[in-house]
Design a protein around this ligand. Structure first.
Ligand SMILES: [Zn+2]
Length: 357
């Protein structure tokens, strides 16, 4: 094979396989990776169904996929730390090394970020993907490539817990039991929090949250106001932690009632970290934030150290990411994988690379 089979979104609901030319290493610090496993992300599904997210609009055919792991098949002449045959997790966003954000150590905020499967950049659902060596994290022998692909959402969960400064002293509440919410529970647990509440509308998802370390789960009652939900949550955890109100909220849904409940339930001096993306504008209980001196932080993707720590959390057995996987598809079945994801029942879907068949 001297070509690069790729799974391409042409426009909403229009998916095709294209045989593209095999990419060549141009930057001497880059490696060529044979992609072996790719997770389907909510953002991919959004592009598939709607052709865009916010300002990112698919204007030209785009290869999907950004949660990937694979095997190094070629290295550039200046590559120092990787060799052919190494198994790696791919950090899919590469910033400009000249940007101010990069120099400040917040490269995830670089406006020139080249991020896989974010228009106009192609993603990783292809045979070969080129990436700088320092955006690959080597996987220990006992960590599978599937686990390597799941390092991407795990890194999102690591990043928000770092921003929240989660420690053993914190009572943490996580809104949403999708992949990121579940992993946020797992990371809060790994960071030492001994009281973790997970909130979701779907009781079955909360069963999984318990497996990631949630000590309490809560299903909001239909028709309850955010304040009523907050009262019920406080009653639920009364006496379990150092305080009866959570002091860290990781909001992974982006849903307005959930954000309002987070602010309502937080203790004084609490920290709200917003991870989930929903509507651009929401009604926000700002007065509650003032009188409780709540810190509100946005959390976007991941930054330096998050990917390596995520790999370590998997390698040490602290977080079993495999528990997320509900469906697996071959590369040829990629369209079916997206259709299944769009139905919304799966937690995490994994697609093989083209060479796996
Ligand atoms: Zn993702």
């Amino acid at each position: 094979m001297s070509s690069n089979p790729s799974f391409v979104l042409r426009k909403p609901l229009d998916l095709v396989f294209e045989d593209r030319p095999d990419p060549k290493i141009q930057d001497p610090h880059s490696v060529k990776v044979a992609v072996k496993k790719t997770g389907v992300c909510g953002s991919d599904v959004h592009y598939y169904l709607h052709g865009g997210i916010g300002d990112f609009i698919v204007k030209a055919p785009m290869v999907l996929g950004h949660e990937s792991a694979g095997e190094v098949v070629e290295v550039g002449p200046e590559v120092k730390d990787l060799k052919v045959g190494d198994r790696v997790a791919l950090e899919p966003g590469v910033p400009s090394r000249l940007s101010q954000e990069y120099k400040e150590g917040r490269y995830n905020l670089c406006p020139c970020m080249v991020f896989a499967a974010t228009p106009p950049y192609d993603g990783t659902l292809c045979r070969h993907y080129i990436i700088p060596e320092d955006f690959c994290v080597k996987l220990p022998d006992h960590v599978s490539l599937e686990e390597g692909a799941l390092v991407e959402p795990l890194s999102v969960a690591v990043h928000c817990n770092k921003l929240a400064k989660t420690t053993a002293q914190d009572v943490v509440i996580v809104f949403g039991a999708g992949p990121v919410g579940l992993l946020a529970v797992g990371v809060a647990n790994a960071f030492g929090s001994s009281t973790i509440v997970c909130v979701d509308l779907v009781p079955e998802k909360l069963e999984l949250a318990k497996k990631f370390g949630a000590t309490h789960t809560f299903v909001p009652t239909k028709g309850d106001s955010p304040n009523e939900s907050a009262d019920k949550i406080r009653a639920l955890i009364k006496g379990a932690g150092l305080s009866d109100s959570p002091n860290v909220a990781l909001e992974c849904t982006g849903a307005e009632p959930s954000i309002q409940t987070a602010v309502s339930v937080l203790a004084t001096s609490g920290r709200l970290v917003q991870v989930g993306m929903g509507k651009d504008d929401v009604n926000f209980p700002i007065t509650k934030c003032i009188v409780k001196e709540i810190t509100v932080l946005g959390s976007f993707r991941y930054c330096h150290g998050d990917y390596p720590l995520a790999v370590q959390l998997v390698a040490s057995g602290k977080i079993d990411v495999k528990k997320l996987v509900t469906n697996r598809f071959t590369f040829k079945e990629a369209e079916q994988a997206y259709k299944t994801a769009a139905e919304g029942k799966a937690i995490k879907i994994i697609i093989d690379g083209p060479e796996e068949e």
